[in-house]
Design a binder for this molecule. Sequence first.
Ligand code: PLP
Length: 637
Amino acid sequence: SALYRVEGWGAPYFVVNENGNVAVRPHGSQTLPSEEIDVMKVVKKVVGSKSLGGLGMSAPLIIRFPDVLKHRLESLQSAFDSAMRMQSYESYFQGVYPVKCNQDRYVVENIVEFGKPYAFGLEAGSKPELLLAMASMCKASPKALLVCNGYKDEEYISLALTARRPNFNCVIVLEQEEELDLVLNVSRKLSVRPVIGVRAKLRTKHGGHFGATSGEKGKFGLTSLEIVGIVRKLQKLGMLDCLQLLHFHIGSQIPCVEVLNDGVSEAAYIYSELAKLGANMKIIDIGGGLGIDYEGTKSSCSDMSVSYSLDEYAAAVVKAVRVACSQKGVKHPIICSESGRALVSHHSLLIFDVVSVHEKKDSVSAAVAGMNLNPLVDGLPEELMGEYQSVMAYTAMGDCRSSQICAEHMKARCLDLFKEGRLGLEQLATVDGMCDLVSSPAADTPAVCHVNLSIFKSIPDFWAIGQLFPVMPIHRLNERPTVRAILSDLTCDSDGKVDTFISGDDGGGSRGLPLHPFEGRSEPYYLGMFLGGAYQEALGGLHNLFGVPNVVHVVQSSGPHCFAITRALPGQTSADVLRLMMHEPNMMFTSLKCRIEDSLQLAGDCDVESAISNLNTIASTFNSLPYLSSSSSTSSF
Ligand code: PLP
């Protein structure tokens, strides 16, 4: 497990058990050994045939662990509760979950259910998100906050104000100055008094990829001048009591507590000043930004890691708010956070199978020696003979760099001779082949592992922003891996690959993922992508029409295998994804059926059986998932 740094990024939820399989500790460090869930056992149950008690589903597969979600939420709450207790803070913590991180119905419903004792609420950033948040919050504590962020039009604001009627604790956060007039007009029309928040554009900025949200030039929020303008306007209208919340968001993956402290302090002084100006301030909403240590290095120098724990994060926030408010003589506010990544990343595990691995076995010199070079040598003009001999000599000596330089030069010269009509196509082809071999990567270059997955659907952030996620085999971890490989996905796109990995103890993340041989094995080889529960599902695209994979929900139970599969949700079929691009599968099927019938008639053929079989193939392809079915996977190393 040290090769994959599991202890670093996986604690306290993922371990390698004595069977050499990845196991999930659903209750974090409170999990008893007897409660650990062996992921391979879950996979076997899911992919096992129905006749043998399995679910008959195939990889790729998302396994959700609601227990982990619950543990994350409770850990966040208890980190703030204890920081507040230890610092004698005179108010409380009340979080909201930003649904944009993962809008999946069950994720949101789970959070509302698990958060009910803590009046945990939701944050929405668009009209459909607000609709889903309102519907989900019918089961939340009435005290829970419903925070409305994002750009707003009249319809959004009407919906948010409507939410106050059935007593949702809904706050409209102004992101732009113009939104105030809209809120005032609509609230007058609907006769609903709004509860308003303002989003401050802080000067504090963090340097990582996600820091572009923050700082004076950040995309979002109101400057101090704009905030004061809003206060004045509300005061004039006798509505300053409506302003109750100050929001800010420094950016996702805040790297260290120093940046956090700077940002929260700046905001806490703005909060205090707003209270002093007469606003009815109650809540400071610190946004998201609580980071995840994808790398397991506890470092503040990389977008993939953070240098603090949950407890250290909470302690720094509470301290910064307490110090500012106490200094200004302002009552301590309710602290609200919009942590998304830290809440949902761990609960979801993506499992996918390896289709094949292409490993470079021959050395370059052996491969060149094995080539038939006669056509080249026979017709090679005298002037190129010297270069040819140099390529061969350097290759035999293993001096790859020199043989590559000579070969490239020879290739260019041969093309000139071909264009002068002095070299035949056969010789040109042989020279090209030889150059390809000589320029082929060195023996320590990673193999290429083809996986049953779309990077664009399932790991879009790797493609888009180079975000690394822990990836590793979920079984055979008591065997030594023998090959390093990059992962190449099913899409017809050269970007559809993962070629950088979290480095293990050997620091080899850029040299490929250590994998086991599976030549001659009948058992599929499964890999897992961890910590992908935030953003990946919502951002994933439909490139090559690979849709949502199968999903199962797994909870810890007292049964013989310590787990129960509580939900199995089939992924999107080919028909489903075609519909998303406006195709109509029923009409498509009818057209194809007519075409088959016409061709039978034209040929005077009456092979009805084969026509039916053709139609069955078409129908079953519409109704199956676009990924490779496990029978198509072949083992080749
Ligand atoms: N709140 C706001 C306003 C955001 O823009 C974001 C995401 O960037 C979040 C909360 C969630 O942030 P994170 O996932 O880092 O917790």
